[in-house]
Write a protein that binds this ligand. Structure first.
Ligand SMILES: [Zn+2]
Ligand SMILES: [Zn+2]
Length: 386
């Protein structure tokens, strides 16, 4: 059952009840009418049979509270007449009952196009008014993902992405017409794609049969896309990933999405970037992190260690007396920032303890322990747990 029938039919009148009737009143009225009008009680009476059908239909809708509500809403919207144009945002679902299937008004599926409600209502109540018609529809946005190496993501990289998606037909350049011909404006609807029709007190907009609602007629369709201007193509696009992307980040590439119908603008492409881990580096925003293994002697005496960076190597000075776990900052050697500059390289020193030493080293260490004690070093001086 379509909303259009709902607009035309007064189920309350069929059942002889008021529009504020309770469910009980509706049930009673229906039972009585069903009994009176039942074909068994009226053999051969086609009028009674029709009434019986109408009453059953009315009851089917009104006895179901959800359906009844929808029916009431539909009638309020369309039967009230003069519904304010632009009361709803075109194309938006705002304020409209979700069960309200706009496709039913047109008797065609998939109505939530960009003409939207404003156009439908305009077509219904502002008959003869100017319409923009069926505009070419922008292509959909497309999502894809790619996985980058840690360093690629940090430094930026150009990657090829293979995608299968609808693209403008290369033969007709998206027009849908055979090369050398072009679509003409539909004479039935003057290019609006919609026919306005009067039925009783109401006006309806229906998609034009002549052009199937597109507003134009293609006499010689392009053989490669059968006239819709779109081909499914596997294409490889080269995407420039800017430096500094992080794991999970989404990058928008304008106009790289799905092709629009008949030459309309393409949608956008969104690439979700996954970044794989690196053996050496970690990341903290724009800063690059690095754990640097050092010996105890190196921390005590100080040293300069060559550490890797994204571009090469850099000498990091470990000052004498550096505590284990301290982080040394090398400015400007981190991840490139958007708009210039770079984060820092954060080098955290970590003592590596030898598991095996030769006799000479052990002996030296034992001598050192004594010397340390003699020098008055107590590692647990001032320790709260002492
Ligand atoms: Zn084509
Ligand atoms: Zn038409």
């Amino acid at each position: 059952m379509s909303q259009r029938e709902w607009v035309e039919k007064d189920y309350y009148k069929e059942l002889g009840v008021s529009s504020s009737a309770s469910q009980d009143e509706i049930k009673k009225a229906y039972r009585k009418l069903a009994r009176d009008l039942h074909p068994d009680a009226n053999p051969g009476d086609t009028k009674a049979e029709e009434r019986f059908k109408a009453v059953s239909e009315a009851h089917a809708v009104l006895s179901d509270p959800a359906k009844r509500k929808e029916y009431d809403e539909t009638r309020r919207l369309f039967a009230g007449g003069g519904y304010p144009r632009g009361g709803f945002a075109p194309g938006g679902a705002g304020g409209f009952s979700q069960e309200f299937n706009l496709g039913d008004i047109f008797g065609a599926g998939g109505a939530a196009g960009d003409g939207g409600l404003g156009d439908i209502l305009g077509g219904l109540f502002n008959r003869g008014g100017a319409r923009t018609g069926s505009r070419p529809r922008r292509g959909s946005d497309v999502e894809t993902e790619t996985t980058l190496g840690f360093r690629e993501a940090a430094q930026g990289v150009t990657v090829p992405l293979r995608m299968t998606s609808p693209s403008p037909c290369t033969t007709c350049h998206g027009s849908g017409a055979k090369p050398g011909t072009s679509p003409r404006v539909c004479p039935h609807c003057n290019g609006t794609g919609v026919i306005n029709r009067n039925q009783g007190a109401f006006g309806f907009s229906e998609p034009c049969d002549g052009c199937r609602g597109t507003g134009s007629i293609i006499d010689d369709p392009c053989v490669d896309c059968h006239g819709n201007g779109i081909q499914n193509r596997t294409r490889t696009i080269t995407v420039r990933i800017p430096p500094g992307v992080s794991d999970g980040q989404k990058i928008r590439l304008a106009g790289q999405g799905e092709a629009g119908l008949r030459g309309a603008p393409s949608g956008d492409l969104y690439v979700t970037v996954h970044v794989s881990q690196d053996k050496v580096f970690g990341r903290n925003g724009d800063d690059l992190t690095l754990a640097l293994p050092v010996s105890y002697a190196e921390l005590v005496l100080g040293t300069t260690v060559s550490v890797p960076t994204l571009e090469g190597r850099v000498g990091v000075k470990v000052p004498p007396g550096t505590a284990d776990g301290r982080t040394l900052r090398v400015r400007g050697r981190g991840v490139p920032k958007r708009g210039g500059g770079a984060g820092d390289l954060l080098v955290t020193v970590k003592v590596a303890v030898p598991q095996k030493l030769d006799d000479a080293a052990v002996e030296a260490l034992e001598r050192y322990r004594e010397a340390e004690k003699a020098a008055g070093f107590d590692p647990r001086a001032g320790w709260a747990g002492a």
